[in-house]
Design a protein around this ligand. Structure first.
Ligand code: C2E
Ligand code: MG
Ligand code: MG
Length: 872
């Protein structure tokens, strides 16, 4: 039997001391460790209960002073948990039963003392069990209390579902998130609340979780609020297993991230429109005519802007009616039917396109469903999924001549910020219209080469002149490329003209593929072709020629029976360096071609310097290799400041190349070469080691050193031993580890994302802070970025520079700041050069900044002096 209290305090209610003695002896004889006390009056009993605090009470039944029943009543009232046993000589069966009813736990006849001890022990055991049960109940109660107060206090929705997806528990946050009370949800299946579009994914996740007996983390699904709107919830869950280890359901939490997602979508939306904007400004410099302008604008809007449908309508000023003349995207085959008018009384007069042309300003419908006529018209043509629409008038010579119409698949897509950007786009297109209108007056005939279908020599010059005109003096660069097939004469002579023609045709087709967006691609005679390529520097052009033109020749040409390898020679002249007009450029390209023919090189640039430059570029690699060996790299440091206090709270290490002849060379000239050749791995390791060494040095000079961030290339992160190599580099100087931060870029997310994220996370847990550099320039998936282990976003300097000029850019900056806030991470504005920018950023809620306004990148010793001044 288990051990009870020791000693056991036994209270005897007994008027005969000898009887009490007998009972005590019986207990001792059975080896019970007892202390006893005897009472025989009511007051005495009350007093003893308080003071003696018995574990068990043994009571006579018949006493002169007061009866056993009374004693029992008192004991029950005072100490209900102490077992009460009658020990009596005279108790009859009926009385005994009565006594048990009133709460005595047992009765023992005085003449059978053998029963006494077992009765006591049993009673004590009962007490013990009752107590432990009570304790367990209390603990359960407390933990339930704790859980429910946690569940009530948190904003997260805590839930449990059974195996069929039925909610079995929900805390009160469900109401704040979905509008339903917990009681409304419990008993219903979660599937009923999932938005239709997310149903398949939800089922898939669920089935996978059940099959694999595991939960899920950070799964985002859209659920319907009681009021109908969609909320994005991010949920994490663990499986509930029953005693046999089978999944009985899931327990998890969901949080409402709708606002965060909206912020992300806003940035994506604005970035997309930005992409359209730069696509269009690139396009209009080489556009040939109106139809192409409209066609390209629609394509860019659909392909780069992600709009499901874009079309351009043109008005006939006589009839006041118009029609669509170009379109791209779904339902673009229906454009013939799209109605357009500037008259006010027709059924479609109120549609945005008509309104925009009538009122000469942009018109929006942010909820197409609300315009029954328009919705039905679209529906009847199978054009579903369009929710908003914006129409932008395009002006030529001050008149609205056409309208660009964009459809979006979300309601309320076009707000003020989107419209600001779109109006800039419309202004660009209007500029192009104006330009084309002026140029249309110079009528020209289209000259085509009948054999290859390419433009001929005349048209080449005409188009090149147009392209150069559109380029203007300030804008961009351009290369004129002349290509000559080798051995053509020989092929013509030996295999016959038919084979020669076939070769020219096939080569033309391959060139057309290579230069699919060049309008100037021409056959300028015999076996000679020409094309102009825009916006490339000499190195990029050399690269293009080597990879693409050469690649178009690697496949042998099949002429008659024999496959045949054909080579080419190429001459290049560059605008503006090698000439300003079409004639000069072409002449110089031909001269370059001649030089190429005289050498073993495939191509040559016209200007000797250019050739030298390209050659130099090819040697850069070599010299960079030496640079590391000869310790020509140095680190400069640029302060990061708190925008409010202007106090320095960090430094960014930026690499420089101290070139023996050229002096300090900026990283933009060589980082990409380092990356292409893989040298970035060694140089990157040096950067970290040098930064750690500088920190140690400053420390030794007793400077207070702020955190220092180094830039790491995605190539470095992708190395299998990235984490250990960073830790090793850092480990040489104990103590520096916690002060070193990393700046990574979005390109990290392109390949091997999960592995890279894990490595970054591992370093972050060691105390490094992680910055996302140049944020906003890559069009990476923002929800992936949100999942990265980050401490801060750095807004790319390009945005900061354009902020004052364009409301759209300011909107992007503001959205990025808000996104950072929503993700609860810091935000640093890069490239801040003016007080106006600093003020605007501060007013948008940006905390930190970096830029020439606060300090240029400077060598380590100067940085040490700066740290001194700051302290002083
Ligand atoms: P980043 O990391 O975004 O660095 C900011 C760049 O902006 C630096 O150019 C800096 O000198 C410049 N900058 C700072 N304030 C201003 C300003 O107010 N106005 C203007 N216009 N520019 C400002 P830098 O030093 O030429 O570096 C260019 C890029 O090269 C860096 O961009 C970074 O991506 C890369 N880089 C630099 N050092 C390293 C390195 O050690 N490793 C790797 N992988 N990349 C590096
Ligand atoms: Mg950086
Ligand atoms: Mg940056």
């Amino acid at each position: 039997m288990s051990t009870g209290p020791s000693p056991i305090r036994v209270l005897l209610i007994e008027d005969v001391p000898e009887d009490a003695e007998l009972v005590t002896r019986a207990m001792r004889k059975a080896k019970l460790d007892v202390v006893t006390e005897r009472v025989d009056g009511e007051d005495e009993l009350e007093e003893a209960l308080m003071r003696f605090r018995p574990h068990v009470i043994l009571s006579d039944y018949n006493m002169p002073e007061f009866g056993g029943t009374r004693a029992l009543a008192i004991a029950r009232a005072r100490c209900p948990d102490v077992p009460f046993i009658f020990v009596s000589g005279t108790i009859g069966e009926e009385r005994a039963i009565d006594a048990l009813h009133q709460g005595a736990v047992d009765y023992v006849l005085k003449d059978s003392p053998a029963r006494l001890v077992p009765a006591i022990l049993r009673a004590l055991e009962d007490v013990k069990q009752r107590e432990s049960r009570r304790k367990a109940e209390q603990q359960l109660y407390q933990s339930e209390q704790r859980f429910s107060s946690v569940a009530d206090a948190t904003q997260e929705w805590i839930w449990e579902k059974d195996l069929s997806g039925i909610y079995t528990f929900c805390n009160h946050s469900a109401t704040a998130i979905l509008g339903y009370d917990p009681e409304e949800l419990v008993g219903n299946s979660w599937v009923d609340y999932i938005e239709d579009a997310d149903q398949p994914r939800a089922r898939h996740e669920w089935e996978r979780a059940v099959a694999e007996k595991r939960g899920w983390r950070n799964v985002v699904l859209r659920l319907r609020h009681k009021q109908g709107q969609a909320r994005s919830l991010e949920s994490t869950a663990v499986p509930l297993l029953d005693a046999q280890g089978t999944v009985a359901g899931f327990r998890g939490t969901s949080r409402d991230i709708t606002e965060r997602i909206q912020q992300q979508e806003k940035i994506t939306r604005l970035s997309r429109i930005h992409a359209v904007s730069s696509g269009i400004s690139g396009m209009i410099v080489r556009v040939i005519d109106r139809p192409q302008l409209f066609r390209d604008a629609c394509h860019i809007a659909v392909q780069q802007g992600g709009f499901p449908l874009a079309w351009v309508g043109q008005l006939d000023s006589e009839s006041a009616e118009g029609k669509a003349v170009a379109a791209a995207g779904i339902a673009s085959d229906q454009i013939e039917a799209i109605p357009l008018t500037t008259r006010p009384v027709l059924p479609y007069s109120g549609w945005p396109a008509s309104r925009a042309l009538r009122d000469n300003r942009p018109a929006i419908n942010n909820n197409i469903a609300s315009d029954a006529a328009m919705a039905q018209w679209l529906e009847a043509r199978g054009a579903r999924g369009f929710r908003s629409c914006a129409a932008l008038p395009l002006f030529a010579k001050g008149e609205a001549e056409a309208v660009l119409v964009l459809y979006a698949d979300q309601r309320e897509f076009f707000d003020r910020q989107e419209m600001d950007l779109l109006e800039q786009i419309a202004a660009d297109l209007s500029f192009a219209l104006d330009y084309l209108a002026k140029r249309d007056k110079l009528s020209y005939v289209s000259y085509q080469d009948p054999l290859t279908g390419l433009a001929n020599r005349e048209l080449f010059f005409d188009r090149l002149t147009q392209v150069l005109g559109a380029l203007g003096d300030e804008r961009g660069r351009l290369g004129v490329v002349v290509i000559d097939l080798q051995r053509f004469r020989l092929i013509n002579d030996t295999l016959g003209r038919g084979a020669g023609d076939a070769l020219l045709k096939e080569f033309a087709a391959r060139l057309r593929k290579t230069f699919d967006d060049a309008t100037t691609l021409s056959r300028i005679g015999g076996d000679r072709f020409a094309v102009s390529v825009g916006e490339l520097n000499s190195a990029a052009l050399a690269h293009l020629i080597e990879t693409r033109v050469a690649a178009s020749l690697t496949e042998p040409f099949v002429l008659g029976e024999t496959p045949m390898q054909v080579g080419c020679k190429i001459g290049v002249a560059l605008f503006p360096d090698d000439g300003h007009d079409a004639e000069t450029l072409f002449r110089n390209a031909e001269a370059a071609l001649q030089r190429a023919k005289d050498t073993t090189d495939t191509y040559a640039f016209y200007s000797p310097e250019m050739n030298a430059k390209v050659a130099a570029r090819l040697h850069l690699e070599d010299r960079l290799r030496n640079a590391l060996r000869q310790k020509q790299f140095v680190l400069h440091y640029q302060p990061k400041v708190d925008l409010k206090t202007r106090r320095i709270h960090g430094l960014e290490a930026l690499i420089r190349w101290r070139h023996p002849e050229r002096g300090i060379v900026a990283p933009c000239e060589f980082i990409s070469v380092l990356e292409e050749t893989g040298m970035i791995i060694d140089v990157g390791r040096w950067v970290i080691e040098q930064a750690v060494a500088d920190i140690g040095h400053w420390r030794a000079l007793r400077r207070e050193v702020p955190r220092v961030a180094v830039n790491v290339s995605h190539m470095q992160v992708r190395q299998r031993d990235f984490v250990t190599s960073v830790l090793a580099a850092v480990g040489r100087n104990e103590g520096a580890v916690l002060d070193l931060d990393l700046e990574v870029t979005e390109s990290l997310m392109l390949e091997d994302r999960e592995a890279s994220v894990a490595k970054i996370a591992a370093l972050r847990t060691r105390g490094m802070q992680i910055y996302m550099d140049d944020f906003g320039t890559g069009y990476s998936n923002l929800s992936q970025i949100a999942a990265l282990p980050l401490d801060s976003l750095k807004i790319d300097g390009l945005f900061i520079a354009r902020m004052g000029e364009s409301a759209g850019t300011t909107a992007i900056v503001s959205a990025i700041i808000n996104l950072a806030k929503a993700l609860e991470i810091g935000v640093v504005a890069e490239g801040v050069e003016t007080e106006e920018q600093a003020d605007l950023l501060a007013s948008l809620g940006c905390d930190n900044a970096q830029g020439y306004l606060f300090g240029r990148p400077m060598p380590a010793d100067e940085t040490a002096r700066l740290l001194d001044e700051v302290r002083a």
